[in-house]
Design a protein around this ligand. Sequence first.
Ligand code: C5P
Length: 396
Amino acid sequence: MKNKRKVLKNKSVLLCVTGSVAAYKAIDVIRRLRDEGASVTVIMTEAAKQFITSLSLEIASQNKVYSDLFSDPMAHITLPAHADIMVIAPATANTIGKFAMGIADNLLSTCLLSFSGKIVIAPAMNWRMYENPVFQKNLNDLLSRGIFQVGPEKGSLACGEDGIGRMSDVSEIIEAIKSALSQKTLAKEKVIVTAGPTREYLDPVRFISNRSSGKMGYAIARAALRKGAEVTLISGHSLLSQPKGVKFISVETASDMLNAVNQELPSSTVLIMSAAVSDFMPAEKAKEKIEKSGELMVKLQKTPDIISEISKNKNRPFIIGFAAETGRKIDRARKKLKEKNMDMIIFNDVAKADSGFDVDTNRVVIIDKEKEIRLPLMSKDSVADAILERLSEIKA
Ligand code: C5P
């Protein structure tokens, strides 16, 4: 994928792998970090070697793997000095306890003490250990010192029991790393993001909808969270999982979406309409399922235009809309910006297979009243970051 603007580009991650059964997931963490443009160096503890080989981590990271404190006597200073962030995944009760107490008896714990940057920990252990008050005190000590925690989750544990202690999914860990490295440029903003398609019902079981998956809107919601905003995500039907930390409102029709936006509007400072709202709805919705017959004529009427409804208010938020067009009809997007009284519009060419509906990449032009920024084909996460960077510039 051509993607010049990766979120973790040029970031150096020092990944610490400790002795948990979840250690095998470190391979996937490394792969995802490298996909996002980061370079990864791994430190592993002696206990981690019981679960995963140093060779696997070396191959995945394409870097030397460190574990001994004395084979390279300066490694505990030089490795942290070259890192932008340290990540402990999985993080055992032992390593967390040592870190909280300032114990430095192996390469990993010594590096933690000599590092002054951001640290993300992904705890993994049995629920009894996780809930133990001694462990909780150690964890809270670290959190009060600004360490970022991701997970653990509730679920079935390796020992066969159910409870809290499963290491977070790799995507959650990657999200936590990105968030820890993000400038909180939207900390003062309350952002409403709409996403996905709407469904306009003909009868109780049939509806008119579109191909939107919600991927762009969900990526925007995650990017806004990373930049410190308070986020409400109003979503039509989508198979994506709810980003952690958003207020989530599920809707079906364009009218439901308008009501939800109106309900969230007071005190909101930004509205990002990335939903593919139906332009038409059946003029009448049958109460019973419509019987099969030779021919069915359906009369459609316009749905409420959410942006236009909101943009006419005096105390309105900053409004960002999308113009999904087939072909290079950028003029139509410029016109729409004015007609609907928006502050920014994202022109989105949905004609190509790698851009627009239901794919992970997009090709957009960000248009506001001062500037137009034409972006190359990028991941939707990177597009979301670019839109919110421009928003941050305008809001600064
Ligand atoms: O005019 P057009 O429908 O192409 O504008 C697209 C933008 O308007 C999108 O941001 C979409 O979310 C929003 N929209 C809306 N209400 C509708 C239809 C679209 O706010 N009924």
